[in-house]
Design a protein around this ligand. Sequence first.
Ligand SMILES: Cc1cc2nc3c(=O)[nH]c(=O)nc-3n(C[C@H](O)[C@H](O)[C@H](O)COP(=O)(O)OP(=O)(O)OC[C@H]3O[C@@H](n4cnc5c(N)ncnc54)[C@H](O)[C@@H]3O)c2cc1C
Length: 308
Amino acid sequence: MLRALLLELAKSSRLRRWITSHGVTRSMAHRFVPGEELGTAIEAVRICNKSGMTTSLDHLGENVVTREDAERARDAYIEALNRIAADGVESNVSLKLTHVGLDLGEEFCAEQLRMIVRRADQLGNFVRVDMEGSAYTDRTLQMVRQARAESSSLGTVIQAYLYRSEEDIRALLALGCRIRLVKGAYKEPSQIAFPRKKDVDANFIKLMKVLLLSGIYHALATHDPEMIEAAIRFVAEQKISKDKFEFQMLYGIRTDLQRQLVRQGYGVRVYIPFGRDWFPYFMRRLAERPANLLFFAKNFFRSGAPSE
Ligand SMILES: Cc1cc2nc3c(=O)[nH]c(=O)nc-3n(C[C@H](O)[C@H](O)[C@H](O)COP(=O)(O)OP(=O)(O)OC[C@H]3O[C@@H](n4cnc5c(N)ncnc54)[C@H](O)[C@@H]3O)c2cc1C
C-alpha cells in the first residue's frame, strides 16, 4: 500500500516542486544521489574505482516533453562519455529512453540513442538502456533491438516482476544482448506482474540461472542478500567463473555488501545517478524500503522543516 502510494506520488509535479525546492530535502537526497553536477558524479566514480568497483553513470531525467530537453539529455550523455574517457575512470552510462524523447516519437528518440551509442562505440564504452514502466516495455525492447543491429555496445534491463520477462530474455539472448536483471521498481497491475515479493524473488532466481548459463556477460542488480547468495551458490555449482558476470547495486545502498563482494572476488558495479531531476528516482528509493521513509521523515522534522 505504502509502496503504491509513494510510486503514485512520484508522478506529482506539485510534490516534486515542493520537495526539490528545499535545502533540507535536497541534502537528504544526497544519500542516493551524490550531486547535481557531472564533476561530483565523477568524484563518486573515482571513490568506487579506488575500492575496486566499476560504475554506471545515470544522468537523471525521464519523460521529457520538449525536443530541446531530449537533445540536452543526449548531449549530457555524450559529455559524460567524453569525460569518462578523458579522466580515465572505469564507468559506462545508463539512460532512460523517455529522457531522450521516447514520448516525442520513436524515430526522434532512436536518433538520439544512435548518437549516444555511436560515441560510446568510438570510445570503446557501453550504454545500458534502463527499463521503465510497462507502458514502455515493448517500445524499449524494439528500440534496443534496432540499435543493436548497428552496434553491440548497448544492453538493456529486464524486470523479474513481469510475467513476460522469461520470453523477453530468450529473445534478447538470441541477439547476444547483455542484460541487467532487476526485480522492478514501478507500480504494475497484477494482470502483468507478480504482486507478491515471494513470486518476484522466485522468478528473479529462475531468470538469473538462465542468464548465467547463457555464456554472455550479464549483470545481477539487487541488494537482496538471498538473491546474491542464490547466485553465488549457483555459479559455484555450475563452475562459472567470477569474471563471467557482475553484481550491480545503487549508490548509497548496502555499501557494506558491495565491499564484501569485492573482497570475495566478485565484480561489482555501482549505479551512480546525478543531475537536478532527482525527484522520481528518490521517490522510487523511498518506496523500496519503508525504513527510508522513516529516516527521511525523522530528519525532515528534526531539521525544523522548511517554512517557505
Ligand atoms: C544497478 C541497478 C539498476 C536498476 N535499474 C532498474 C531499471 O532499469 N528498471 C527498474 O524497474 N528497476 C531498476 N532497478 C531497481 C530494482 O528494480 C529494485 O527496485 C531495487 O533494486 C530494489 O530491489 P532489490 O533487488 O534490492 O530487493 P528488495 O527485495 O527490494 O530489497 C532487498 C533488501 O535490499 C535492501 N534495499 C533494497 N532497496 C533499498 C533502498 N531503496 N534503500 C535501502 N535498502 C534497500 C534492503 O536491505 C532490503 O531488505 C535497479 C536496481 C539496481 C541495483
